[in-house]
Design a protein around this ligand. Structure first.
Ligand code: TNX
Length: 532
């Protein structure tokens, strides 16, 4: 009988031979793909075990990696694996890193801790996509030099239309980190529900938190401030900044249900859709709310919405105080009152916050360019993007086509949006966005801070459908956000995506399979068709 140790040694040597023969740069199952990969001769053999570093100050960076490697035998005696971590301040742009695998250890260096974290994420993906024998993982000898295409690598979740809760959000944040996404835009208020506790105005959650898009009588669901603090910490450990959004002056129906005294009035289709721009107390009320919010989100970036006010703005025609405000300020269009509101709220937020964000309808409102970011979402209005850039705003691209995850991803799908009943967002549409030629056509491409995928949840009430819309499109988004256009490659991406599907399977994620759509049928939560 061959003894156990000899058998294991034999298997490892087989694996080494196999690895050496086969590893080419394009075989690395990494998403987003690094910008420069050099595969050297030979192997790097590491313990499949938690990492440690001799640099005590940096060891905190390892805790995420160490939680994520799911070792087959948790209590085995495999020694911890040494890793070299070093901050070299002038070695590259924010978030960049260099990772080198040696025969028996790995070294990562970066200009900052976010770069080291990104390097560790690459290592985590290498670990997860390699075979483990005898508690050892064998990687090729490699030099990876990598840096992000965009600083803002975002994803947005709407929890007003439907509320998903802490577990779902943490699962999403974890996958975001796995794909090097670093901004979570959290849409916490809208017409269908207010989802964050504000101590000064308790009715916002007890009354405004009731109901959702599919059931106006649903019990109040929202995050307590304690939940928020916990999620913010969870995100921080994964180098993700959370940007909370309180939508105003439109999409305010849920808030107005709680405090009707600040409503801008009623229209037939959109009752109490807006806040009242002519009531001084509205500004105090909303500023109080945003101040409390500021205390919870260390990022100091607050999103104040500003979208689609037009839906309910006609109510302002019947509000004598608005007419008076407009006369006093020589305004002739309701739009001007909308911009007046946004400018006042923006100025107010900037007294206690670093950056204010708005949807692109706010571009004409005159918010300060140095600390306002614009989310460009109306792909049918390129002039709005150009105006934002020309005025000098930092811009985050989140055009409906192709970055809205509530759009269907397959021509046969029936639930979710299509643009003009036909255009939808496949993973490859996301993957190819934006082309260099599109960026070159802009007045100043340096103003583009990055991209964001947005999941609006009118048609999403279950965790299963939420997953189906996100995975694997988030992997395509990740590569669009991180990898240089010149490095992206459909064939290589498809090959690497197949490995991701195995990861999803392992984690019980219900994903769409672009290679075999029948494997997982479409999940339909809500039958009602979305209007364009
Ligand atoms: C437009 S994008 C909206 C949302 C909807 C979404 C549905 C934006 C700023 N406003 O209120 O949920 O379309 O796709």
């Amino acid at each position: 009988m061959i003894n156990n140790a000899r058998l294991k040694a034999y298997l490892i040597s087989l694996l080494i031979i196999f690895n050496t023969a086969l590893t080419k740069a394009q075989d690395l199952k990494l998403i987003p793909y690094p910008n420069q990969v050099k595969v050297l001769k030979g192997n790097c053999t590491l313990y499949y075990s938690p990492l440690y570093t001799n640099n005590k100050k940096l060891s905190v960076l390892l805790s995420h990696f160490n939680e994520e490697i799911d070792r087959p035998e948790k209590n085995d005696k495999t020694p911890k694996q040494l890793i070299g971590l070093k901050i070299v301040p002038s070695s590259g742009i924010y978030g960049s890193y260099e990772l080198i695998t040696y025969e028996k250890h790995v070294a990562i260096q970066a200009p900052d801790s976010s770069g080291l974290f990104n390097g560790l994420t690459t290592l985590l993906q290498l670990y997860k996509s390699s075979s483990v024998v005898n508690n050892k993982v064998i990687l090729p000898r490699l030099v990876i030099r990598d840096q992000p295409r965009f600083a803002w690598r975002g994803f947005m979740l709407d929890e007003s239309r439907h509320f998903f809760g802490k577990k779902t959000v943490e699962e999403l944040l974890n996958w975001m980190a796995f794909y090097k996404l670093n901004r979570f835009h959290w849409h916490l208020s809208d017409s269908h529900g207010w989802r964050i506790e504000i101590k000064k105005y308790p009715l916002l959650t007890t009354v405004g938190g009731r109901g959702n898009y599919s059931d106006s009588l649903a019990v109040a669901s929202y995050y307590t401030q304690e939940d928020i603090r916990e999620i913010v910490q969870y995100a921080k450990a994964r180098f993700i900044t959370i940007v909370p959004e309180i939508d105003m002056p439109g999409h305010a129906t849920a808030a107005n249900r709680a405090y009707p005294e600040y409503s801008g009035g009623k229209t037939a289709g959109y009752p109490d859709f807006t806040f009242d721009p002519a009531n001084e107390k509205t500004y105090t009320y909303l500023t109080d709310i945003l101040k409390e919010l500021r205390g919870l989100f260390p990022s100091g970036i607050i999103h104040i919405g500003g979208d689609e006010v037009a839906f309910g703005i006609a109510a302002w025609n019947n509000n004598p105080a608005v007419t008076k405000l407009m006369e006093a300020n020589h305004m002739t269009h309701l739009n001007e009152a909308e911009h007046y509101f946004l400018k006042r709220m923006g100025d107010s937020v900037l007294k206690f916050s670093n950056v204010v964000m708005c949807w692109d309808e706010a571009v004409p409102a005159g918010l300060p360019v140095s600390n306002t970011y614009i989310n460009w979402w109306r792909q049918n209005k390129p002039e709005s993007l150009n105006e934002a850039i020309s005025k000098g705003y930092g811009v985050i691209l989140s055009p409906r086509l192709p970055l809205y995850f509530d759009f269907v991803q397959d021509s046969t799908h029936t639930s979710g949006r299509k643009w003009h009943h036909k255009q939808y967002n496949s993973y490859l549409d996301i993957y190819h966005y934006p082309t260099n030629s599109f960026l070159d056509s802009l007045p100043a491409k340096a103003k583009i801070l990055g991209l964001q995928g947005n999941l609006w949840t009118e048609t999403v009430s279950s965790q299963k459908r939420l997953q189906y819309l996100i995975y694997p499109r988030i992997a395509a988004l990740a590569e669009a956000e991180w990898t240089a256009d010149s490095v992206k490659n459909d064939t290589s991406f498809n090959m690497r995506l197949k490995t991701q599907l195995l990861f999803y399977q392992k984690e019980n994620i219900y994903y769409y399979n672009p290679f075999d759509p029948a494997e997982h049928p479409e999940v339909v939560d809500i039958i009602k068709k979305e209007e364009d």
